[in-house]
Design a protein around this ligand. Sequence first.
Ligand code: HT7
Ligand code: ZN
Length: 892
Amino acid sequence: PPTIYRKDYAAPTYFVDTVEMGFDLEPELTRVATRITMQRNPAAAGKDIELYGEELDLVQLRLNGKTLTARDYRVQGGILRIPGAPAKVTLDIETTTNPQRNTSLMGLYVSNGNFFTQCEAEGFRKITYFPDRPDVMGKYTVMLRADKKKYPVLLSNGNLIEEGNLPDGRHYAKWEDPFKKPSYLFALVAGKLVCQEEKYKLQSGREVLLQVWVEDGNLDKTQHAMDSLKNSIRWDEERFGLELDLDRFMIVAVGDFNMGAMENKGLNIFNTKFVLANPRIATDVDYANIEAVVGHEYFHNWTGNRVTCRDWFQLSLKEGLTVFRDQEFSADMIGSDSGRAVKRIDDVRVLRQAQFPEDAGPMAHPVRPDSFVEINNFYTVTVYEKGAEVVRMYQTLLGRDGFRKGMDLYFKRHDGQAVTCDDFRAAMADANKRDLKQFERWYSQSGTPRVAASVRYDAKAKTLELTLEQSCPSTPGQKKKLPFHIPVAVGLLDSKGKDMALSLSGEKTAKSPQTTRVLELTQAKQTFKFTDVAEKPVPSILRGFSAPVVLEYEYSDAELAFLMAHDSDAFNRWEAGQRLATRRLLNLTIAVQAARQSGHVVSVESVLGNLQQDDALTNALRTTLNDTSLDPAFRELVLTLPSETMIAEQMEVIDPQAIHAARQFLRRTLAKDLSADLLAAYEANQNKGAYSPDATASGKRALKNVVLSYLAELDDEQAHTLAQQQCDNANNMTDRLAALAALTNSRAEGKGKALEAFYTEFEQEALVIDKWFTLQATARTADVETVRALAQHPAFTLKNPNRARSLIFSFCNGNPSAFHALDGSGYTFWAEQVIALNGSNPQVAARLARSMDRWRKYSTTLQEKMRAALRQVADTPNLSRDVAEVITKSLS
Ligand code: HT7
Ligand code: ZN
């Protein structure tokens, strides 16, 4: 398959004015009649009309009323070209498709008997021939016709302008979208659905209609999504002065969906996972995710829809910016400083766990990629999460007000346009009269930069020199990197742990000096000199994780414990604990390997026991656990050890079993050493009363449940009883699932029964059954045979992406020591699943294919087995573009 390059961008040959579509919806044969009015781009005189189409049956094609025959156009590689057309054109296109057979879930498809569409990025071309590219925008009118009994609800973008009955039990609805939009934002929904609706008053006084549509039986699960939508609308008015531009805004939930949700204009379509919630079925994390995703899709209405992308290489223009906006929204919804910090830590954890490895692997690409084979493969953590970090850095460099000025200018300049990441940067620079030229490298260079810091304190001169040196590893296609423009937020702690007032050499002493300074590192190496530093401080560097880099600084254990106890920057306070724990875990991992190599048949326990003499970590964790002045949600984060994947990324050669043994050992040791404190914390953080997903209540639950997970490591009767009681008495899914996980990972007698009871109770709740599969796939005792057996369960199907993710992805990505079993059985299983998915849903298959990204980091024995599995997939006939791209890049 061909590679598409950013440098080859060419403007469209024709621009679209209006699009009228008529749908006769039938599951096996849907007729689509499309009338497009278009005008030639004056800069492209003499060029063909170019229409994209995939898996379509073309019934008829007319140009300005004249039927075209096969001699009048050419179809090649999914593009229909019409040469010699006049400057003004009306095209009438009639096509048919089979939505029932469409298992790719792109274009028009059927889910549980209802019709849905997914057009981003290139799904519209599976509905009709069209200049399906984001820089071609038109005004849409859509007529939907379908059987009234089977499909009583007919929805599309914009406003409902007409509806009525037709002969033969059919009916119709006509929708008009007042805003011009690219085809990827088109949507329709038809089927048996019900809605919760509310009128909502905007700050301007205008009233809008809000609807959340779900399948019958789910109306008791829509309130949180509705509340989140109202909060999002208010937040965007207050923080960015952006108002909802439509009179009607709809959210529809669908059980079969490739991603999280889709921001179609006025008709957002959501994975049920990010809509449906009540305390019985949803965890605190689900509630938080729903709020974030509802916000994210709503915020796209401005960042993505009103101002869209010129081409798909600019995807982060809308995604990075919108993730940043949803992160800020969620933080503001929590409100407190500590809540903001907790949210920041959560976001950084995702970045490090998923994006850093991507940036170091075979699929590494810049935030604004230079090429792709299949755009669906570029909806990545780099484009989304690193992209959000890039946007956050503008705010860090320009301040909140400066960032807002930049946003205002961006909308003033580009409302209604399809633009580039450079346009966004220019708006930020111009609104603040700043030169942000070098900042462009965050968009063009891949790889995670490293910043090595060192300090030199001069007691006589009372100065502290902080030297920062940046570098960036080579990544595919990019050997050499130029220096980035990196904001490094720094504080200095005195011996009492208090923040020092900071002044930099050469500047006048400020009246109220700051205690955190944002240093701008722009060269390969730079030294910053702080003056009037009364005593040798402990530096707190990269506060708030002010840039997506790896900070290298040789902290002593004592300094880390000191920062854990005192740093006023909650992010770095947590970070100090993670550094200390990582250090321990790496040492323990090496010890496990050494024990294994020595060939002695000894228990890990007896080998590692001696290493636990130094208890800086234990003491620091005890202090944090017992410090009731700290937010429980923050304490939970501190108590959570770096994941096995995080440890793996620190190793030259990944040894999953040794990492697992080391981490388990440390958890058990901590559980023993802190057992009294843990029990006390378990009792102190019981939530009494009705369930609420608010930050305070969910923080307490999080702490209580991490504590339970530690106690469960003791695997004694007391722990079993606690878990069983919590499982039996929980009034919410968070507590229920945490207790069930504790039981599943233990040797408790009742664990089989508990799992069975859970299944029986929630058999009808697909999202809960997903959790049931995940819990077992990631259980400590699970191996590939467990997962194979679960894949035979009647409730399992690969066809539903959520279900596939719940079992297969959870095992391959979330249970490293079992997936990387030394006999290679995990890889054989992986290959089978990728091949099976490739036939039905290439996009989901390609995501699973990414589980092998880091194969070159394993031992040669494992590498050989992984290479064989990769080759097996590579040699499969009819490999999709999606999977082929991932596998080819992995093997190259
Ligand atoms: N903008 C949306 C992207 C999306 C998508 C892309 C490819 C295939 C299926 C998809 N579903 C949704 C999601 C978002 O970022 O809001
Ligand atoms: Zn998005």
